[in-house]
Design a protein around this ligand. Structure first.
Ligand code: NDP
Length: 415
């Protein structure tokens, strides 16, 4: 702000913290017992200076306006960092998909879209998935959008391949977080080869982080869900993990049925106030579950155990105390808005394929993702240097992301 007075003169901070539009709505639906249920729905259209609003939809009982707002705010700068023409937004509901039948999920998704459809469109706002929203939920929401508008267009991303999805989108966030770690380590003359890695989560981001780590010669030894974690010294078995989480939607405790040499530790047995995943000695850590899952004590444990690289697949998984300790230790640290941007970047590639009616190969998409992650790393790292804090990628990513949005806002006039 001191270096570029134009940002103060144009009231950029005051404007950028205020969402352009916040939509809150009622979602009423009928459960399998004929009982009416009511949930809250949100869509925050935060900033459209760089393109149509873009950001996921989260279904989780913890969702309230504040969570969607922080995620939407982060999304503005993440999307800017990708170098692609996308603005920032986020949405969700406090609906809990756990234990719901397939029909209940469908009725809820239809009810959610019955309100949301009037606020979104392929050139205005293009939602995607997030926690609790995968290809199944995107399918039900897309079907309802199509029924209400009569239009088959790229209004949601994360679609299945036969009806407009992009190859490589499922893998993109996890693969991207690993590419980002690879770039950070290469920048320090190191690599992921042979590194023991701790991964949290067992959803979309965690599964494909684990898969890519193996492809680059590393060994992921943990994963976790909301009920507990697995420590498998031999390395997490990806096929078992996919079977349990993508097909059966089962608890991770079942992992040990097929791998008796692995340890299952339930959340009740974690040390108080700690996430036990971060107590496992590792050289690289990939928080890939949710916000605030790595606190100051966890960071200290990771650092004491010799962790030299943290790449955040989740959004804001490290608490401010943790971030402070990690930055002080000067290890390779990729904040979520840079390290997990591969997901939204590939969503934009899905939009590009939809609007040009093309389908690119997996290799084409993965190649573009690889280059995008390299560019994000280079941009954050060079900006950090330019502003006198080399290697501080939090600082670099924040400034690089901000600058592009702020300049576009100035170009487009006061609004
Ligand atoms: P999923 O719903 O596929 O998986 C989330 C995983 O985290 C599950 O294993 C879930 O456990 C666990 N989890 C969720 N909430 C909690 C909690 N409060 N405490 C402990 N564990 C929890 O979501 P994604 O993998 O898509 O998302 C994970 C993170 O990555 C989120 O922060 C999301 O915002 C971020 N992200 C996702 C992108 C994407 O493309 N999907 C893109 C960029 C960021 P359980 O199975 O028991 O529910």
């Amino acid at each position: 702000m001191d270096k570029y007075p134009k940002y103060r003169k144009n009231g950029i901070i005051e404007r950028i913290v205020e969402p352009e539009r916040q939509i809150m709505f009622r979602i009423a639906w009928v459960d399998d017992h004929g009982q009416v249920q009511v949930n809250k729905g949100y869509r925050i259209q935060f900033n459209s200076a760089l393109g149509p609003y873009k950001g996921g939809i989260r279904f989780h009982p913890s969702v309230y306006g504040g969570i969607i707002k922080f995620l939407g705010f982060e999304q503005i700068f993440k999307n800017s960092l990708t170098g692609l023409p996308i603005g920032g937004g986020k949405g969700g509901s406090d609906f809990d998909p756990k234990g719901k039948s397939d029909n209940e999920i469908m009725r809820f998704c239809q009810a959610f879209m019955s309100e949301l459809y009037r606020h979104i469109g392929p050139t205005t706002d293009v939602p995607a998935g997030d926690i609790g929203v995968g290809a199944r939920e995107i399918g039900y929401m897309y079907g309802q959008y199509k029924r209400l508008t009569g239009s088959f267009d790229g209004v949601l991303t994360g679609k299945k391949i036969p009806w407009g999805g992009s190859l490589g989108r499922t893998q993109a966030t996890g693969y991207g977080a690993v590419y980002f770690a690879q770039n950070m380590l290469e920048g320090r003359g190191d690599s992921l080869e042979g590194k023991i890695c701790a991964v949290s989560g067992a959803g979309n981001v965690a599964i494909y982080t684990i898969e890519k780590l193996y492809l680059l010669g590393a060994k992921p030894v943990t994963c976790s869900d909301s009920r507990g974690m697995i420590y498998h010294e031999k390395g997490i078995d990806v096929a078992t993990l996919k079977q349990l989480k993508e097909i059966e939607s089962a608890s991770l405790s079942k992992y040990t049925h097929q791998h008796p040499d692995a340890k299952y530790i339930s959340v009740a047995d974690y040390p108080a106030g700690r996430n036990h995943v971060w107590s496992v000695p590792c050289q690289a850590a990939f928080p890939s579950a949710t916000q605030n899952e790595l606190n100051g004590d966890d960071a200290e444990t990771l650092l004491n155990n010799g962790c030299i690289c943290i790449s955040e697949g989740a959004n804001m998984p490290s608490t401010p105390e943790a971030v402070e300790k990690i930055l002080k230790a000067k290890i390779a640290y990729g904040p979520g808005k840079a390290a997990n941007a591969g997901g939204v970047a590939t969503s934009q590639l899905e939009m590009a394929q939809n609007s040009s009616m093309q389908q690119w190969t997996f290799e084409e998409v993965d190649g573009k993702l690889f280059n995008i992650m390299r560019n994000i790393y280079t941009n954050a790292s060079e900006t950090a240097k330019e502003f006198g804090q080399p290697d501080n990628l939090v600082f670099g990513a924040n400034i690089a992301g901000f600058r592009k949005v702020a300049d576009a806002m100035i170009d487009q006039g006061v609004m």
